[in-house]
Design a protein around this ligand. Structure first.
Ligand code: SF4
Length: 1023
């Protein structure tokens, strides 16, 4: 099949691009007439039939006159993980969200954002008129997706009542049940589906019986309840209280391992914390040069909207120029900004080769910041006027036979007297000196050293961390790195030179593009470039997020502790702990062969949803009896998981699956029960920015419209909180009910409904540090906090409710912008060393091989779990191309239900570069088949510039089977599939299992355990 007709025809089989044509015409019509136009536009020149404005401002007096028919409230968008502060216009009579824009108090939506002291009326005025000659420079915006996803509130496919499956799992047939029936069945269990007995949550919550007989390290049977979450949308504190402290299960994970986890893990290695994985972002407004690797400003990532705004300003008004290194050119390259934005194509998954090549040149040409790196401690850095420090000078034990091989040399190794435990914080790191190894002190230390040190157990070989990094970088020629990454040698050198030509005002940024087979080391290497120029905590360099105002443990209430709280214990289900802690290891060691383990373990990783899918279907390390999916979709999101899903549909594998979700997505579709949940502007929560904001910021979300879900007997809307409170009360779990929340005076308060929790959280946010001022009656009226006024007054103390009202009236709490810097430094500085050598990494042994890995950044070709090279299994000759995924700023994995987005981008044809297309005789509009070792898909090709050689790119967010892409039958009535929602293809469908794993599991990065979707080996053919 050839020609453009196939673009329409090929995808129109699923109804996609055909819709585009019609939808686009509709869009044009609406543009001409105004979005809310009927056939006859009103007689207004510019706005047509758009909704009347929410308020008017007298240009002379500045007086605000609200529109009495509309409410305008500051809350949060959850159209993506950025979770921006937004303002929502609501038709009061229809309880309908009309439009969404930005919250001018929020840095996520506004630059510069207005002072927090501004009244709500002043905030309205600030957005409308920035002053003479300033136009709308203080406008505050939502992105295109943020404007569209409000449609999800009224989506006819929402789950509004509890559902129970009818027939086999995944058959798409459901019945509605009452809230009481839901609680009874999931708590008490029984023969729930006519398929035999199912243990209920009451039985599973056994805090005595071991989760695995003979392996006490896994904790009690209560751990058989496992909980999969998406992102923390500001409600996770509530979930974790219920799951860990009340129910007693230790098994909770989020979606990071199949989102941007490899980047976060690589960054965590350098920042010295593999669990919380700190990361820094460039100071976009003040940097002079930024390398964006695998991510593009304003295209995707987090916080993409803010980054887009700041970068656009900096490249036009400031000094910024940048290079986007990515297999796919997207709209980050901006013609009018000329040389200030460039694209550099790279072979998928080879960012580490690029970074190590740059490092080699940097070392060989002395372009690293020696003065910065020579500081072995905070005291030395302070004395030298530095804003951070590293362990570049610390000595590392390199003797392979030494029991502490890969660890940093400490005072106790030499028998120095220490106050405290060996290898604790009191045990000094050692550096080289003319007199031998000495404790790291307040003076600079040698950067490069290798030699022997006399220890208590004899002489031992050591090298400094920077010596090891240099050796690693110099282990290959730049030409070899160039061959691997596809970037010519001269370009690599040019990049290294430019990066090291701006002092501290240069930075490397990355995020989700690191999800390859070597994503962890790629990210660690990229981030290490920042450390080599010492840019952390400097204006124009890199900065961590400013943090937030805590809601759970504050000056007013303690939402974290309560009488009878359980301490959940046991090694986690995802095996993100050392294998050496297990009984399996001990048993195997006793036989003389401790390695390989029965499956991979990832001690240097956080919770891993990717590995949970393997754990679930294999019952390794133990079996799960109940699984809760909360607003998450691993069945769609994990590459290669399609190979495991059928097993998950077997109730014998996991007997009880409950989803808490507003929609029937690909994962909730295979559950036994679905608990309805709130959407967007109906829901509560507190979040803080992940990064890219230098000031403290807590965004508050609250129901600015009446939620649509059915009510329970007490009149509460059924959702996450109602469900968990209901289960807790039925089971008599601690931490819920009338005596659940202690205040600062020790008096107990109830937790019987969501408001009991979130309103008290708002008081904590308001009272932290210098308390916020009380909301005025005008603030409350203008922001429509009046909607929850009765709840505020009934729940909180007289001295508190106006403080909480301020938090909701302003959509959160935001530190003023002038607190971003102290002089040339970040006000909220990261205060621990950058690890040039990470000893946790450098000393661990892979459970599946028994071998180690470098403790510094490194470039290695991708490997499977058994240590064999992926290319040995799938050689280039047979699999000559590589597939990558990319995101647009509009669509993500859960926005497909917003049909106005589908009118703009209706599907995702396969993007093929010109040279590759020519080699295969492919033209735009042809149908092509992509084959990987994991499967095949067929789609329409679009031939375009801006794709790296031998690479095919697929946009993420399409190819759905959930959200209405398939028929759903509820109570015998069938809601037919909407082909528009099924349009396009999903790269994850051709993701791979790791063929070397005995117990089936998807291909993951060996250190971070994160999914692989960048650089899948593949073939392409025209059909
Ligand atoms: S970036 Fe857009 S979709 Fe994401 S939270 Fe912000 S406004 Fe919503």
């Amino acid at each position: 099949m050839t020609n453009r007709r196939n673009i329409l025809k090929g995808v129109a089989a699923a109804g996609a691009l055909g819709t585009f044509g019609a939808g686009y015409a509709d869009t044009v019509k609406k543009l001409a007439k105004g979005k809310w136009s009927g056939e006859t536009p009103r007689n207004q020149h510019l706005t047509g039939n758009s909704v009347p404005p929410e308020f008017a401002i007298d240009p002379v007096t500045g007086d605000v006159t609200p529109n009495p028919d509309q409410a305008m409230s500051y809350t949060m968008c959850i159209g993506c993980t950025t979770m921006c502060g937004v303002r929502v216009r609501v038709d009061k009579t229809a309880n309908k969200v009309l439009r969404v824009a930005g919250n001018p108090y929020s840095p996520m939506s506004t630059d510069p954002f207005i002072p927090y002291e501004s009244s709500v009326a002043e905030s309205f005025a600030a957005m409308a008129q920035a002053g003479k000659g300033q136009g709308l420079t203080s406008r505050s915006t939502a992105c295109g997706r943020g404007n569209a996803v409000l449609e999800q509130v009224d989506n006819p496919r929402r789950v509004l009542q509890p559902l129970k499956r009818v027939g086999p799992r995944g058959s798409g047939k459901w019945q509605t049940i009452s809230f009481d029936q839901l609680l009874e069945e999931v708590v008490e269990g029984g023969d729930l589906f006519g398929e035999g007995p199912v243990a209920g949550l009451r039985e599973i919550r056994d805090l005595e019986t071991p989760a695995l007989e003979g392996a006490p390290e896994f904790g009690p049977r209560a751990n058989h309840l496992v909980w999969m979450n998406c992102v923390d949308d500001g409600r996770d504190s509530f979930v974790l209280r219920w799951l860990k402290q009340s129910f007693g299960s230790n098994n909770f994970t989020r979606h990071g391992s199949y989102c941007g986890g490899a980047y976060r893990s690589g960054s965590g290695a350098m920042f010295g914390n593999f669990k919380s994985m700190p990361h820094a972002k460039p100071d976009f407004s003040n940097a002079e040069f930024i390398i964006f690797a695998g991510t593009a400003p304003g295209n995707a990532g987090n916080p993409f909207k803010r980054i887009g705004t700041l970068v656009a300003k900096a490249r036009s008004d400031g000094d910024l120029s940048y290079v986007v290194v990515d297999p796919v050119l997207n709209h980050a390259q901006n013609g009018p900004s000329g040389e200030r934005s460039r694209w550099l194509p790279i072979r998928p998954g080879t960012d580490g080769a690029m970074a190590m090549a740059m490092m080699r040149w940097i070392f060989e040409n002395d372009r690293y910041d020696a003065g910065y790196l020579a500081n072995p401690s905070k005291a030395a850095a302070d004395a030298a006027g530095e804003a951070s420090w590293s362990n570049a000078t610390h000595l590392v034990i390199t003797d392979p036979d030494h029991p502490r091989h890969g660890h940093c040399l400490r005072g106790s190794d030499l028998g120095l007297p220490i106050e405290g435990e060996a290898y604790s914080g009191a045990d000094p790191f050692m550096v080289a000196s003319p007199a031998g190894a000495v404790p790291a002190g307040a003076a600079a230390a040698p950067l490069f050293h290798e030699g022997m040190v006399e220890t208590e157990t004899g002489p031992v070989a050591v090298k400094t961390a920077l010596t090891l990094l240099r050796e690693e970088a110099l282990s290959r020629d730049i030409a070899d790195y160039a061959t691997d990454c596809g970037i010519p040698e001269d370009k690599l050198i040019e990049l290294a030179r430019e990066f090291t030509s701006h002092g501290r005002k240069a930075a490397v940024s990355s995020h989700g593009g690191m999800m390859s087979g070597t994503g962890f080391y790629n990210a660690y290497a990229l981030m290490m470039l920042n450390t080599l120029i010492g840019n952390l905590n400097w204006k124009g360099g890199t900065m961590i997020a400013g943090g937030g105002f805590p809601e759970t443990k504050g000056p007013a209430y303690d939402l974290k502790s309560f009488p009878g709280a359980v301490k959940a214990k046991g090694l986690p289900f995802g095996r993100n702990v050392p294998y050496e802690k297990t009984s399996e290891y001990k048993a195997k060691k006793a036989t003389g062969a401790a390695y390989p383990a029965d499956g991979p373990w990832y001690p240097n990783a956080p919770g891993l949803a990717t590995e949970w899918m393997s754990s679930l279907v294999n019952g390794y390390p133990y079996k799960a009896e109940a699984l809760i999916f909360r607003n998450t979709n691993p069945v769609y999101g994990v590459p290669g998981v399609a190979h495991l899903v059928d097993k998950l549909k077997d109730p014998a594998v996991v007997p009880l699956i409950i989803s808490i979700d507003p929609f029937i997505n690909e994962s909730s579709a295979i559950s036994d029960y679905i608990v309805p949940d709130s959407v967007m502007y109906e829901t509560w929560g507190f979040t803080k920015p992940w990064g890219g904001v230098a000031t403290k910021a807590t965004c508050a979300r609250w129901p600015v419209i009446e939620p649509k879900m059915a009510q329970n007997a007490e009149g509460q809307r059924i959702g996450l909180e109602t469900f968990l409170i209901g289960v807790a009360k039925r089971m008599g779990l601690p931490g819920f009910g009338d005596e659940a929340i202690p205040d600062a005076q020790g008096k107990m308060h109830p937790l019987n409904r969501a408001e009991d929790w979130y309103l008290r959280g708002a008081v904590n946010v308001a009272m932290t540090g210098e308390p916020v001022s009380d909301a005025t009656d005008e603030d409350i009226e203008l922001s429509n906090v009046a909607r929850i006024l009765d709840d505020l007054k009934a729940t909180l103390k007289p001295s508190e409710w106006r403080k909480a009202a301020t938090i909701y009236a302003k959509g959160g709490r935001y530190e003023n912008i002038e607190h971003s810097y102290q002089g040339d430094r970040a006000s909220h500085a990261f205060d621990a060393p950058m690890l040039v050598w990470n000893e946790q990494l450098g000393s661990f042994r892979r459970a599946t091989t028994g071998t180690g890995l470098p403790g510094t950044p490194a470039w290695r070709a991708p490997e499977f779990a058994d240590g064999t090279k992926v290319s040995d299994h799938y050689p280039r000759e047979d699999w000559p191309i590589q597939i990558v995924s990319f995101k647009s700023p509009l669509q993500n994995s859960y926005s497909v239900g917003a049909k106005s987005l589908l009118r703009i981008v209706a599907s995702n044809p396969v993007n093929v570069g010109r040279a590759l297309a020519e080699a295969h005789g492919i033209k735009t509009g042809d149908m092509v088949r992509l084959t990987t070792p994991g499967g095949r898909l067929e789609s329409v090709a679009v031939v375009r510039d801006g794709i790296a050689a031998d690479t095919v790119a697929i946009e993420h967010g399409f190819g759905h089977r959930g959200f209405g892409a398939q028929d759903i039958t509820i109570d015998g009535a069938t809601l037919a599939a909407d082909p528009r929602l099924a349009a396009g293809v999903l790269l994850n469908d051709i993701g791979m299992l790791d063929p070397t794993r005995e117990k089936a599991g998807v291909w993951v990065d060996p250190v971070s355990g994160t999914a692989v979707r960048q650089g899948l080996p593949a073939r392409i053919e025209r059909i």
